[in-house]
Design a protein around this ligand. Structure first.
Ligand SMILES: *[C@@H]1O[C@H](CO)[C@@H](O)[C@H](O)[C@H]1NC(C)=O
Ligand SMILES: *[C@@H]1O[C@H](CO)[C@@H](O)[C@H](O)[C@H]1NC(C)=O
Ligand SMILES: *[C@@H]1O[C@H](CO)[C@@H](O)[C@H](O)[C@H]1NC(C)=O
Ligand SMILES: *[C@@H]1O[C@H](CO)[C@@H](O)[C@H](O)[C@H]1NC(C)=O
Length: 478
């Protein structure tokens, strides 16, 4: 590219003075002139090359369509919430320079997931509703002729578009860290929707960079039952789940809604579980069709808020702080993050795959951007291992605390991301973390309002991970 710019610009400029060479121009002067011109052209070439490489003229044109529902509805769908940015991204202070970026991202919006029994739950709720002899509420009438036809498990087009867009934004935000020689290194967990999210991200990144560089998916980590993986939970057989807390809250929040619906569908019986499944259907059908689902009309904002809390409990007691063996499932990733931040080999005796992590071709330490694609339950465990979103008290399954910061739609919406930036602040290596663009207060390593900790303080704070979970990992098995 450098050569072609120089040649294209060089010919007319150099050709002219030679043709119009005045008599008094001596050979020496000509030589000096040519040298000067060559230097100028060289500088111009470098400049053009730089602006081409940094893509300074690139403006992101998002490909994700808008979902035409108010935030009070579409942002209260817990883990089914489509990605939204919580704040403007703020650059680090002027005395800090970003030197490395670690992106941990959830797959984009998907169809109902079979391993969560979502399709079965939704179909059972629909069958119950359809057994009504008459629909007394006009908002329910469409159900008479409704057929459920969503796919299963896969990324939906909207989720692919959001992943593509984050690739574009990440390029424009961090383009100074990439070049032909410094290409992002990308890993994904082996699940088609996660893989598709990763490759849509790489193509969004490559689109924005005009292929310079064009990252690709480098490593796929297995998800089979005996695999070691830092991008998937499920390696801790003794870990419990959140069903007890979810059951308590479902009885409380969904029973009144079930009675309300039940009264409009004589001949049918709507249960509390049906309510949860129908709100899930509203969310999942909306992201699949990129059009508000009719099921969203049958609930009001306060009911979505209650559903949100059901998701909050699910994550908190699933792999979050409310699960004794939750955060330990995030330790392996934190140890990989530490390895990258310090550019030294991974030290971990938990979930890491040592074969992958000891090989520079599958776990390099010399890149500037790392992208990892995963699932929300694993990302929640990683928040826990790090110490992010720690709550003063465990979530009460009988009543939501309006002051809580543990809100699933904020923590793990579709395409959620935790970004760890390594900084050079006047020579002091430091870090800061952003979740869905919002700067996180890193109280555990003593950050101020700027969210910045020195790398040393951060490493000190990560003693749980550095000690392989202080014995918790062993409890997964014995
Ligand atoms: C993006 O995701 C979709 C699934 O929604 C997939 O079919 C497609 O191949 C992906 N695109 C790329 C470039 O990976
Ligand atoms: C570790 O990764 C290698 C390479 O992908 C794979 O062959 C091996 O099965 C993995 N081992 C475990 C325990 O996951
Ligand atoms: C729902 O309505 C039916 C009558 O259509 C009634 O038999 C049943 O008890 C009601 N169930 C609830 C939970 O309200
Ligand atoms: C997988 O993890 C277990 C538990 O830490 C460890 O004993 C085993 O060596 C690991 N296998 C690989 C390939 O990393």
């Amino acid at each position: 590219m450098e050569a072609s710019i120089t040649t294209a610009e060089a010919e007319p400029l150099l050709g002219q003075p030679r043709a119009a060479l005045p008599r008094h121009l001596t050979r020496r002067k000509l030589k000096r002139f040519l040298i000067l011109a060559a230097i100028l052209l060289f500088i111009l070439g470098i400049d053009l090359l730089f602006s081409a490489l940094s893509g300074s003229s690139y403006e992101v044109k998002p490909v994700s369509p808008k979902i035409q529902l108010p935030g009070s509805i579409k942002h209260s769908w817990a883990q089914y919430t489509p990605y939204f940015s919580f704040s403007e991204y703020t650059k680090p202070p002027s005395d800090c320079r970003i030197t490395q970026v670690n992106i941990l991202q959830r797959h984009g919006a998907r169809f109902p997931a079979s391993n969560e029994n979502e399709p079965e739950g939704i179909e059972a709720a629909l069958a119950n509703l359809k057994s009504a002899s008459v629909f007394l509420d006009p908002r329910l009438e469409f159900i008479k002729d409704y057929t459920y036809k969503l796919g299963e498990d896969d990324l939906v087009a909207f989720g692919a578009a959001q992943s593509f867009d984050t690739g574009q934004y990440d390029y424009t935000r961090y383009k100074h860290l990439v070049s032909k020689y410094s290409v992002p290194f990308v890993r994904a967990s082996r699940d088609q929707r996660v893989i598709d999210s990763a490759t849509n991200w790489t193509s969004g990144f490559g689109h924005a960079s005009r292929g310079n560089p064009a990252p690709s998916l480098n490593v796929i980590i297995e998800e089979s039952p005996n695999s070691n993986s830092t991008l998937n939970n499920g390696m801790c057989p003794n870990a419990g789940d959140a069903s007890r807390q979810m059951g308590i809250w479902e009885d409380i929040y969904a029973t009144n809604i079930a009675s309300r619906l039940n009264a409009s569908v004589p001949g049918a019986t709507v249960t509390a579980a049906d309510v949860t499944n129908l709100i899930s259907l509203c969310a999942l059908e909306t992201v699949a069709n990129i059009e508000p689902s009719g099921f969203c009309d049958i609930f009001d904002p306060s009911e979505f808020e209650s559903f949100e809390y059901y998701g909050d409990l699910r994550k908190y007691y699933g792999t979050g702080y409310g699960q004794e063996l939750g955060p330990v499932q995030g330790v392996g990733y934190v140890n990989e993050l530490i390895a990258r931040l310090t550019e030294s080999p991974v030290r971990d005796n938990t979930q890491t795959n040592r074969t992958l992590d000891s090989d520079p071709s599958t776990f390099p330490l010399n890149r500037k951007i790392y992208g990892d694609f995963s699932h929300e339950n694993e990302i929640v465990a990683i928040y826990g291992a790090l110490g992010l979103f720690r709550q003063p008290d465990d979530l009460d399954p009988t009543s939501p605390d309006p002051e809580r910061t543990w809100i699933a739609s904020y923590l793990v919406p579709f395409s959620a991301r935790l970004v760890t930036e390594r900084l050079d602040c006047s020579g002091i290596v430091s870090v800061r973390m952003l979740v869905n663009d919002r700067l996180q207060p890193l109280g555990f390593c003593g950050s101020g309002d700027d969210g910045i900790c020195t790398l040393d303080a951060f490493l000190q704070s990560q003693e749980y991970a550095r000690n392989d979970g202080n014995g918790d990992f062993e409890k997964c098995f014995d």
